[in-house]
Design a protein around this ligand. Structure first.
Ligand SMILES: Cc1cc2nc3c(=O)[nH]c(=O)nc-3n(C[C@H](O)[C@H](O)[C@H](O)COP(=O)(O)OP(=O)(O)OC[C@H]3O[C@@H](n4cnc5c(N)ncnc54)[C@H](O)[C@@H]3O)c2cc1C
Length: 390
């Protein structure tokens, strides 16, 4: 740490907040992370993430080399292919096939919990669980008082809202600017591979499949357990599973509020039995519904010592596979800005202003791409695969 280094308070120990924290740790910049959940695994938050080259480069910039190497080892091997199917498991020949790749490099598929465990490694003493942000107050000297719902508070040089789609920091920083519901809904869950073995279609158990039905699309991704799990790393053991996520217009999910499994059974009633089994055998406690929200662009603002990253400012549909990758890119960009401050090349506010300029461009572009993706996915047949990857 240098005398120029600010103390950074991060709200939210999610993907973006922890990635930034790792970078700050590496740089010797003091930080603390406050997370409202009681523990890393106390809530289910999606199961597999596809990290593209943007996200992976950001992680490489923030993680120490040994953790970055572990990340690569803990990812599932690239899926052998992407199959386009309908609900009878027939191949859709008219759908363009495209692997999940960026610049010829395959995405890394990783379990979200494993990723968060890696992101917590070596910094857990600075990550405070069970601390929900409540509000902040800017002091005349530029410092920030941060208050938590338990009545406690801390004084910091800089506050980063990395608290996700329902960001309370955003609520104070930009009152009235909330993401809007798109009218689409995502239902996602997992089915243990062991349970699926005899009843779910074999091709779904080894591959990535994308299913198209009118007004609804679905990805099914076979996630083998990490074959190269390094010894001694305390990662939760996650048995092989099939990850699935369906996205559709809200009208397609009749009765989901009252009986989610009944709703899925209704949607899939005429589907191939080897596909229906995926849902019948799913872990009931793992099935989750998330209304899809898209951020509205925030008009240019006056920079202060309170900034944001990730879903907090650019929430988007999971269909695009861009949300976490963009949050990671934000974290790496903010780290770079804070390194400039720590090295005496910039004052804190000019550095944050530069970061926020990039953040606006990157976030707006990602949300726009995600909106286009959702429209293509559900509203038109044109280039549907792109909608899931781009
Ligand atoms: C089913 C599904 C699949 C997805 N797949 C992909 C994918 O393959 N690739 C991809 O790039 N993206 C994917 N996404 C999107 C991705 O999950 C998000 O964009 C990403 O998690 C955003 O990271 P973040 O750090 O901004 O927020 P989050 O990871 O949501 O973290 C926010 C954290 O802040 C905490 N928090 C909230 N409020 C408070 C408070 N008041 N005080 C303290 N802490 C608080 C939360 O508990 C949480 O831990 C998917 C999303 C879903 C739902």
């Amino acid at each position: 740490m240098t005398t120029n280094s600010p103390h950074v308070t991060i709200i939210g120990a999610g993907i973006g907040g922890l990635c930034l924290a790792q970078g700050l740790q590496q740089a010797g910049i003091a930080f603390d992370v406050y997370e409202k959940d009681a523990a890393n695994d106390s809530r289910r938050q999606g199961y597999r993430l596809r990290l593209d080259q943007t996200g992976l480069a950001a992680l490489a910039a923030c993680l120490p080399p040994q953790l970055n190497a572990l990340l690569q080892q803990c990812g599932a091997p690239p899926s052998p292919g992407v199959g386009m199917i309908d609900a009878q498991l027939s191949t859709l020949k008219d759908k363009g096939l495209q692997d999940w790749q960026q610049d010829g490099q395959p995405d890394l598929r990783i379990n979200r919990l494993s990723l968060r465990e890696i992101l917590l490694a070596g910094i857990s003493e600075h990550v405070h669980f069970g601390k929900a942000f409540d509000r902040y107050r800017e002091r005349a000297d530029g410092k920030v008082d941060v208050y938590f719902t338990d009545g406690s508070g801390v004084l910091t040089d800089m506050l980063v809202g990395a608290d996700g789609v329902h960001s309370a920091v955003m609520g104070w920083r930009f009152p009235g600017v909330r993401p809007e519901e798109s009218g689409d809904v995502c239902i996602y869950g997992t089915t243990a591979m062991a349970a699926a073995a005899h009843r779910v279609a074999p091709e779904l158990q080894s591959d990535t499949s994308v299913l198209f039905e009118p007004g609804l699309a679905m990805v099914i991704d076979a996630m083998p357990s990490q074959p190269n799990m390094p010894p001694g790393l305390a990662l939760t053991d996650i048995p092989d599973y099939l990850y699935w996520a369906m996205i559709g217009k809200r009208e397609r999910f009749v009765g989901m509020e009252q009986d989610l499994q009944g709703c899925i059974a209704g949607i899939t009633a005429s589907w191939s039995p080897a596909l229906q089994a995926l849902f019948e055998l799913a872990d009931p406690g793992a099935i989750t519904v998330a209304p899809i929200r898209h951020a509205r662009p925030v008009p240019a603002w006056k920079t202060s010592a309170i900034t944001v990253l990730g879903d907090a400012i650019h929430a988007m549909s999971p269909a695009s596979g861009l949300g976490a990758n963009t949050a990671l890119a934000d974290a790496a960009a903010l780290l770079q800005a804070l390194l400039d401050v720590a090295h005496g090349h910039s004052g804190l506010l000019p550095a944050i202003a530069r970061y926020e300029h990039e953040l606006r461009l990157r976030g707006n572009a990602a949300v726009a791409a995600s909106r286009r993706g959702s429209i293509q996915l559900l509203g038109s047949e044109e280039n549907p695969m792109q909608a899931l990857v781009d």
